[in-house]
Unconditional design. Structure first.
Length: 301
């Protein structure tokens, strides 16, 4: 996680997430890692999910809204049945317009974004766990297809809107689910993490009209962060909802192929400096690189 975030006007501020600071401290010391080990147990995660789905958990909603400074005018006005019901709330119509300009590459969600060129040295930290592209996909052959392109990491915080959309018209492949795993690495040495959590994740290939074949992956959060995707449709439309995360800060990853999409300059330059950029669902974050003499063109499906 970056220590700084910039908005699209270039204003930079220091991140102040208590949750992320706590996790960094826990992963960074032996006592903290000892506490984390039982917390990533699937049984405890399931129990936490049930508590957050209960009616009693709705009592925590007003205090969270005040503490996080969430402007509820952006959301549909309704009474929440549980904390998770609040967490998966829907945005009001018109609050997140999606750019429908064909060559505009848009954000699938509200988030803090970082962009990385994909090469043999590409290694990113997602949810406090480092990955190469091949490790993230558990598929070295597929990872090779994206060399020379870009890896886009969208980090959602607990106060963000946790629904996400398809970024273009096209076709969606079958989905690949990767279960989370608890790893033990050199448990004797204190200078190496004795444990790390490889998070549950799910990805599909989107054969898009304007950006080639885009890989879209959802990454669940520690403990109770669930991925809840809509049923597989085959044909998809830009701006249509793909799914949501249940409670927990979560992450979406996009991979674009070589010479297909060019990130917006501010996002790319911020990423090079280790600064995340704050973006909203449907906002332009890049542009198609596929051109002819008349401008941009889409691929035939």
């Amino acid at each position: 996680m970056s220590s700084y975030t910039a908005d699209r006007q270039g204003h930079i501020c220091k991140n102040d997430s208590g949750q992320d600071r706590l996790l960094e401290k826990m992963y960074g010391c032996a006592p903290g890692r000892a506490v984390l080990k039982p917390l990533v147990n699937p049984v405890l995660s399931e129990l936490g999910g049930r508590i957050l789905d209960s009616r009693l958990s709705a009592l925590a909603v007003p205090a969270f809204i005040r503490h996080a400074g969430i402007d509820m005018r952006d959301y549909e006005k309704r009474k929440f049945r549980s904390y998770n019901d609040f967490f998966t709330r829907r945005i009001r119509e018109g609050a997140r317009p999606v750019s429908m300009v064909p060559e505009h590459f848009v954000s699938p969600c509200d988030s803090r974004i970082s962009v990385y060129p994909i090469d043999e040295n590409c290694r990113v930290k997602i949810k406090h766990t480092p990955y190469t592209v091949a490790e993230l996909l558990k598929n070295p052959v597929l990872a090779k297809r994206y060399e020379g392109g870009y890896l886009w990491v969208f980090r959602l915080c607990v106060d963000d809107y946790h629904r996400y959309i398809y970024i273009d018209d096209g076709f969606e492949s079958r989905r690949v689910h990767i279960d989370g795993a608890l790893h033990t690495v050199n448990p004797v040495a204190n200078d190496v993490y004795p444990i790390y959590k490889e998070n549950t994740r799910e990805y599909a290939l989107l054969k898009t009209v304007n950006f080639g074949t885009v890989l879209m992956m959802e990454v669940g959060a520690l403990m109770v962060g669930r991925i809840e995707n809509v049923p597989l449709r085959g044909r998809v439309k830009r701006g249509k909802e793909k799914g949501n995360f249940a409670f927990g800060g979560s992450t979406i990853v996009l991979m674009t192929q070589k010479d297909r999409v060019l990130p917006d300059p501010d996002i790319f330059l911020n990423s090079e400096k280790g600064i995340e950029t704050r973006v909203h669902l449907g906002e332009k974050i890049g542009v198609s690189e596929v051109k002819d003499d008349g401008g941009y063109i889409g691929e035939n499906l």
